[in-house]
Design a protein around this ligand. Structure first.
Ligand code: FDA
Ligand code: PGT
Length: 452
């Protein structure tokens, strides 16, 4: 078999992998990025395509422009199940053309020296002395297997987790997930018959009947094009996602012309805290494969970028030290958890709570502003649901007269705070991981009992 050697092998060129490549390019390392897709389809995966502007600012990444940008976003409108309450959350963002933007980022990385092989799949890891030392890959253009030896592998295979799932179980980054910690999501992008009235706003419709454990969305891509779809919780034995789509699409997007469809498709969204560790000897896992999406709204492109940035930073440091062990790469976890992971843990609990609410609870909660829109924004931006908010909510709920899951809100806020505290005390080295992980699991078990 042909053998080649690189410093870094990046597997997957989606938002996570291409961001890592972009930040690593031109830094004196020999880098290979591979993706199973042909170049023209890189970045093309089922997605709502909405990304907050802040992520680009925080990471020094270029804004989408030209064909990469389909609509500037000014905020999100959130609708209660009975449609009687509309909340508006202000915030700048972009509705992007994901393939165009991803190919731009990857193209810039390639221009600055990163080698890119499309139509090439990582088949299996090369493992030696407990270290990941590369991968056997298959190049579909030349129909040949190649052994790629590298000091480091950055695993960015998306929700398929197709590389890290082949690692032995004793390597912590092989950790699997519970299907209930996912949403199954499906979307169509199509032209509309009428002009969209306020294309600057993303619309999110919460309804446990039409999208149990998730929501419907209507994300404009200009005045006459829209990305419309829904998520439902995985592992619950619900009917297929298509059944829901076919049954309810007219409730949310009556104006779409399905004869003028541009693209359709579905995929999984992880809705949990990140992998307990994103690194092990010789490997960093990023993006959906590392469960980096936001547990409450399912958006994962911004946090995939954060994880790519953190991976690049610690990879550069590892090369400076000449040490690719889990201890050396550990700072990836610290970097990611500080920037997003701790908030995810807190929002995982919030998500578990929200998914148990009935439509009546949500109608009531939104109408009476048990939580106000700014509190929801604050919670989904920082992961903090203030206890003062929960206190106020208790006073509102006191007038409710019937027992409700909403009564548990104060407990929920406390647990969210506690789990964030645990992430603030994230282990400083791998040897403390097992203990910490057991504590986090214990807290989640306890929380589930409280809200059951
Ligand atoms: P991504 O899946 O993009 O990339 C992985 C890449 O790895 C792919 O290109 C694949 O071909 C490649 N690959 C996999 N295995 C390989 C192998 N063995 N060898 C070589 N290549 C391999 N997020 C958001 O921010 N805003 C939104 O509006 C939405 N909406 C939304 C809707 C729907 C329907 C879904 C399913 C998801 C969303 N998300 C979202 C989530 C978002 O799409 C997701 O979090 C990111 O795209 C994840 O980016 P990654 O780079 O991690 O994976
Ligand atoms: C309830 C479980 C839901 C499970 C998930 C469903 C999966 C569906 C499929 C995924 C579709 C993805 C849509 C992505 C939307 C992007 C939203 C967005 O960009 O949000 C911004 C940015 O957040 P960020 O975390 O990326 O960045 C933070 C910061 O900018 C950078 O540090 C923030 O805006 C919001 O968060 C608005 C709130 C959205 C809430 C979604 C609905 C939740 C349901 C709430 C019910 C409330 C009821 C209360 C009653 C008490």
């Amino acid at each position: 078999m042909k053998q080649v050697t690189y410093d870094v092998l990046i597997i997957g060129g989606g938002f996570a992998g291409s961001t890592a490549a972009w930040h690593l390019a031109n830094k004196g390392l020999k880098i290979l990025l591979i993706d199973s897709k042909p170049w023209s389809r890189i970045g093309d995966k089922p997605c709502g395509d909405a990304v907050s502007k802040e992520h680009f600012d925080n990471l020094g990444m270029p804004y989408p422009e030209g064909e990469q940008l389909e609509q500037r976003i000014e905020g999100i409108k959130l609708y209660s199940p009975d449609m009687s309450t509309e909340w508006t959350v202000k915030g700048e963002g972009f509705e992007i053309n994901a393939p165009a933007y991803t190919q731009r980022i990857l193209g810039e990385a390639r221009d600055r020296g990163v080698e890119v092989m499309d139509m090439t799949t990582a088949m299996k890891p090369i493992l030696e002395d407990g270290f990941v030392r590369g991968a056997v890959i298959f190049d579909r253009r030349k129909e040949e297997q190649i052994e790629v030896r590298s000091r480091m592998v950055i695993e960015a295979t998306g929700y398929s987790r197709s590389f890290r799932s082949k690692l032995p179980q004793e390597i912590p980054v092989s950790e699997d997930m519970d299907e209930k910690d996912t949403d199954i999501a499906y979307r169509e992008v199509a032209y509309t018959r009428d002009e969209i009235a306020d294309p600057g706003y993303l619309k999110i419709f919460i309804n446990q009947t039409t999208s149990p454990g998730g929501y419907w969305w209507y994300f404009p891509k200009g005045r006459d094009k829209v990305n419309i779809g829904l998520g439902i919780q995985g592992g619950m034995g619900y009917p297929s996602i298509y059944t829901y789509y076919e049954k309810f699409w007219k409730d949310y997007g009556a104006d779409i012309d399905r004869n003028r469809m541009i693209v359709k498709g579905g995929a999984l969204v992880p809705t949990r805290r990140p992998l307990d560790t994103l690194v092990w000897n010789g490997i960093i896992v990023i993006g959906d494969s590392g469960y980096t999406a936001n547990p409450v709204h399912g958006g994962g492109k911004g946090s995939a970028m954060i994880s790519g940035f953190c991976a690049a930073r610690s990879t550069l440091n590892a090369f400076e030290k000449g040490d690719f062990s889990s201890i050396s790469l550990w700072e990836t976890n610290i970097c990611y958890n500080e920037r997003y992971g701790a908030k995810q843990a807190s929002l995982e609990l919030f998500r578990r709570f929200l998914q148990k609410l009935s439509d009546d609870d949500i109608n009531y909660g939104m109408r009476k502003k048990v939580i106000r829109e700014e509190d929801l924004l604050e919670a989904s931006t920082t992961g903090d649901l203030q206890l003062s908010v929960a206190d106020k909510a208790m006073r509102v709920i006191a007038g409710l007269g019937k027992p409700s899951l909403l009564y548990k809100l104060k407990n929920v806020a406390q647990y969210m705070k506690d789990v964030k505290g645990m992430y603030r005390n994230y282990p400083s080295s791998p040897d403390q991981l097992q203990r910490w992980r057991a504590d986090v699991k214990q807290l989640i078990l306890e929380f589930d009992k409280v809200i059951s």
